[in-house]
Design a protein around this ligand. Sequence first.
Ligand code: B16
Ligand code: MG
Length: 217
Amino acid sequence: MIQACIFDLDGVIVDTAKYHFQAWRRLANELGFDFSEADNEQLKGVSRMESLDIILSWGGLAVPEVQKRKLAERKNEWYKELISHMQPDEILPGVPAFLQELQQLGIRLALGSASKNAGAVMQCIGLAQQFEVIVDGHLATRSKPDPQVFLIAAEAMGLLPGQCIVFEDAESGVEAALRGGFYAVGVGSPAVLGKAHWVIPGFEGLHFQEVLRHIQA
Ligand code: B16
Ligand code: MG
């Protein structure tokens, strides 16, 4: 019996990937190289320091740890400036109606994000109060595909993984959900997220009964 839905943030509730991309790209450009939006796909769901390692490897740069922390901090300042202008109208299509339906059905809501800025984004878009549990990159220390972030969310609600559905846009996030014993719904392309119990293109027109039918099929 499903009791809760656990949502990833970036790429599921809002498209903050474009802001991460802008800020990381600005950093790369300052360091003398560039990368594309297609490259940026590899950074989805990946923690800040791991993202930096990947980006530095694209530029062929070896940077000492102390310097790396400063670079990550610079990127994060730019990112925070970008997200500070976010408004509720940036919530992805269909998400508000789906959340409302879940609440009417008594399904509990949690957030499981790798981002240390997840709380700030949820405040800006006005969703913080609707979620019973928010697990962010401060609480979860291990990156997806480790299931830690979702396990903390389930435990905080006093639920077992099998009582929760995880909604994820990153391949590593779907894998994390499956490793943890959760039901997984991929949000995006079946080519990337095909391991999930079901893949949806987005939330527009989605109903919970339909989700249940597919994950239990
Ligand atoms: P921050 P999610 C992830 O969030 C993003 O997908 C990923 O691109 C980002 O590097 C990571 O959060 C850490 O973000 O620098 O704000 O701590 O998709 O798990 O909600
Ligand atoms: Mg994501």
